[in-house]
Design a protein around this ligand. Structure first.
Ligand code: ADP
Length: 193
């Protein structure tokens, strides 16, 4: 299995690039954000709890993510590999993921860190809000999500750098250029195996 993590602030283009990556490399897309929004939409017990966190721009607590969301995600595990988008988001989640993959005699092959300037992130999400209809795509919540990202998710950059898995990609270029850079990184690592 060839497993990839795509890491980056809200609005950096993770979702867009993920769609290209899964198509080209035949991976299963694991987006905890999409899974959580589905729970909210279906008004499940979990959905009602997580909505409060999402709407305020906070992370959903680790125990809910690992116990409910992640277990369901792993059931998709029938493909050539997994693409994790929006997960892990805390050191706890990252360590847990490593443990689970180890049990499965698998691992993360590489981590892509998409970098985009803060003002650009803000503008992209505001633009997206015009048709995303996401309850967390409003200016107040975006600021909070970016702040939460810096505090809780940025430490993962060092975590994966130490594992020599981190690859930084600028997310400021047009979508196709960003994807070309991603392809060349993935291909280099796949060919090394
Ligand atoms: P974005 O990256 O644009 O913020 P996502 O769809 O990845 O969008 O996430 C939306 C929200 O869902 C987050 O702000 C957070 O509240 C929640 N969420 C998604 N994934 C996780 C996760 N792995 N851990 C905790 N909360 C999460």
């Amino acid at each position: 299995m060839f497993n990839i993590i795509i890491l980056g602030a809200p609005g950096c283009g993770k979702g867009t690039q993920s769609a290209h990556i899964i198509e080209k490399y035949g991976l299963s897309h694991i987006s905890t954000g999409d899974m959580l929004r589905e729970e909210v939409e279906l008004h499940t017990a979990i959905g009602d709890v997580v909505k409060k966190f999402i709407d305020r721009g906070y992370l959903v607590p680790d125990d809910i993510i690992m116990r409910e969301i992640f277990v369901a995600a792993l059931k998709k595990n029938k493909s050539k590999g997994l693409l994790f988008d929006g997960f892990p988001r805390t050191l706890f989640q990252a360590e847990y993921l490593d443990e689970i993959l180890q049990h499965k005699k698998s691992k993360i092959a590489l981590v892509l860190q998409l970098e985009v300037d803060e003002e650009e992130l803000f503008n992209r999400i505001l633009n997206r809000s015009l048709d995303s209809h996401r309850s967390d795509d409003n200016s107040e919540t975006i600021r909070k999500r970016i702040e939460v990202y810096k505090k809780q998710t940025v430490p993962l950059i060092d975590y994966y750098r130490k594992q020599k898995k981190l690859h930084i990609v600028s997310g400021m270029a047009p979508v196709t250029d960003v994807f070309q850079n991603i392809e060349s990184i993935i291909d280099k690592i796949k060919n090394r195996k």
